[in-house]
Each structure stands twice: as structure tokens, then as C-alpha cells.
Design a protein around this ligand. Structure first.
Ligand code: AMP
Ligand code: MN
Ligand code: MN
Ligand code: MN
Length: 277
């Protein structure tokens, strides 16, 4: 018997991924994933279709969400695993974040338009196939316009701090996000912690705040972590007692992200998030 492959962080067309939930699940099964979490940004709209598809592939689908958070003036992502989709405060909180996304999209568009980009809102909107609009959709539009060679390049030149289309995020508080997830019976997990470029002191502060609120896990293995980052995050997990999660953060084939299930094993001494299931 080979060991079950867990991939606890992925995206579909319901947010900024490029595959439908059913196609995502089929691909995960094809790449040997046994347990997949669909964790779209600020929405669970893709979960029912993913769940239905999973049954046909003998794959376990974990209902999940990746919540956008502002903590100490920075944007962070908190994944909620095994959330009850019918929990009203969670859905009300996510709806508020989607409303904010729509306001922010108008604001990003206004800035890009001033910068000479034609019809940025309509363009981004045409890539957004679900209920959220993301910076990724603006990036796809700008690539199609020939303003940059790749989504990554668009982020660098247009969408990050100091660039013409940047809008400072005002997302959920950490306490709100963890509260919604726990209220919905889920496990809260700090997503791709190495991406935030926090000092070790700041990261310890985040972990301490997060644990005080009832947060339980941290992504140790992530598609956006290099080898050294995996080891550094494993040390944080062991020191703090947080459970360790594993997720590709897959957004679709043919981009710079890691393939579904193509993840390193958890370093020794980490307790996996699924040990609590
Ligand atoms: P948003 O939540 O709308 O601000 O968009 C964040 C999303 O943009 C992330 O989840 C990634 O999918 C994508 N993203 C962020 N930074 C980059 C980057 N440098 N290159 C490519 N995609 C990025
Ligand atoms: Mn994304
Ligand atoms: Mn993220
Ligand atoms: Mn993600």
C-alpha cells in the first residue's frame, strides 16, 4: 500500500484558478492525490461541484476556503479546512470580503485606466468566471493586451505596492477569520507563511496571536516554499506546537505554480493537520 497523498490547498474557476471544480478534481485524481482541499479565495462556491466529482474518482474532498486577512497592516491568507458550508457567520463574512473585492476591482480599474489601460474593469471581469474578482484576473487581461509577457510580470509592474494599479487591502481581521473558520467547525491554517517575508520575530508574533485565537495549523510544505523555507517553517511548527499542513496552491496547468500533489514529504517531527481528523 502506498501512502495517501494529501494536497490541502488548491483553486478553481470559483476564484482565480483556471479549471472548473470538476476538472480540478479529475486532475488531482490523475496525479495520485487521495485527499484534496478546494480552498478558493473568499468563497466556497466551487465545493459542491468538487464534492460531487470526488465521489466518482474515489477521492476525499475537504471543503475549504482561503480567507484574505489584514494583520498588522499586511495581507495574509488563512486557510480553513473542513468548514461547514452552511455556517451563517462564515458565509456572511466571506460575502463581505467579496463585496470589498468588487469595490477594490473598481478602484484598481480606475487607477489602471488613468495609466492608459483600456477598459480594465470589463477586461478583468471577463476572466472572472465565479463570484470573486481577483488581481489575477486583471493580470490575465493585461497579458492579453500585450502589456506584459506573463501574469507574474503584470504583478511586478502594475499590481504590487508602489505600482500604478496597487490598492491597499482592507480584509478580515485575524480574529474574525479564525472565528468564522472555528465557528464553522473547521481548522484554521496559516497559508504559505514564507511568502510574507516576515522576520522570525514577526512570524513568532503572528503564530502567537493566531494560537491565542484558536488557530491550529501552518503550511509547512507549500508550492510557494523552497526547500530551506520548508525546513524553517517545520521548525516554527515544532516549536509552537502548530499542526503542519501540505498544499500545492495549484491554480491551473501551464503556469508557474506547482502541480497537484507534487509536494515534498513533511520533515520529521511535524504533526500533520490530518492527525486531528
Ligand atoms: P488578490 O487576492 O486578488 O489580491 O490576488 C492574490 C492572488 O494573486 C494570489 O492568490 C495569487 O494567485 C496571485 N498572485 C499574487 N502575487 C503574484 C505574483 N507575484 N505572480 C503571480 N500571481 C500572483
Ligand atoms: Mn490566487
Ligand atoms: Mn494565498
Ligand atoms: Mn491559494
Amino acid at each position: 500500500m502506498s501512502e495517501t497523498v494529501y494536497d490541502l490547498h488548491s483553486h478553481s474557476l470559483a476564484s482565480d484558478g483556471t479549471l472548473s471544480p470538476a476538472d480540478l478534481v479529475a486532475r488531482a485524481a490523475r496525479f495520485g492525490v487521495g485527499v484534496l482541499a478546494l480552498s478558493d479565495h473568499d468563497t466556497t462556491a466551487g465545493v459542491p461541484d468538487a464534492r460531487a466529482a470526488a465521489a466518482g474518482h474515489g477521492l476525499e474532498l475537504v471543503p475549504a476556503v482561503e480567507v484574505s486577512v489584514t494583520w498588522n497592516n499586511r495581507t495574509l491568507h488563512i486557510v480553513g479546512l473542513h468548514v461547514d458550508l452552511d455556517h451563517r457567520p462564515l458565509q456572511a463574512g466571506l460575502a463581505r470580503l467579496r463585496d470589498y473585492r468588487h469595490w477594490r476591482a473598481r478602484e484598481i480599474a480606475r487607477r489602471l485606466e488613468r495609466h492608459g489601460i483600456p477598459e480594465p474593469y470589463e477586461g478583468a471581469r471577463s476572466y472572472a468566471r465565479g463570484t470573486i474578482i481577483s488581481r489575477t484576473h486583471f493580470a490575465q487581461h493585461l497579458v492579453a493586451l500585450g502589456r506584459a509577457g506573463s501574469v507574474r510580470e503584470v504583478f511586478k509592474h502594475y499590481l504590487v505596492s508602489g505600482r500604478p494599479g496597487h490598492v491597499h487591502g482592507e480584509w478580515a481581521g485575524l480574529e474574525e477569520a479564525v472565528g468564522w473558520i472555528r465557528g464553522a467547525g473547521g481548522q484554521a491554517v496559516i497559508a504559505h507563511p514564507a511568502r510574507y517575508k516576515l522576520t522570525a520575530t514577526k512570524l513568532r508574533e503572528l503564530i502567537s496571536d493566531f494560537q491565542d485565537l484558536g488557530g491550529e495549523g501552518i503550511e509547512v510544505v507549500s508550492g510557494s516554499h523552497g526547500r530551506d523555507e520548508v525546513l524553517a517553517m517545520a521548525a516554527h511548527a515544532r516549536r509552537s506546537g502548530l499542526l503542519a499542513s501540505v498544499g500545492s496552491d495549484f491554480h491551473g496547468p501551464g503556469n508557474a505554480f506547482v502541480e497537484l500533489g507534487a509536494l515534498a514529504p513533511l520533515p520529521d517531527g511535524c504533526r500533520p493537520v490530518w492527525s486531528a481528523w
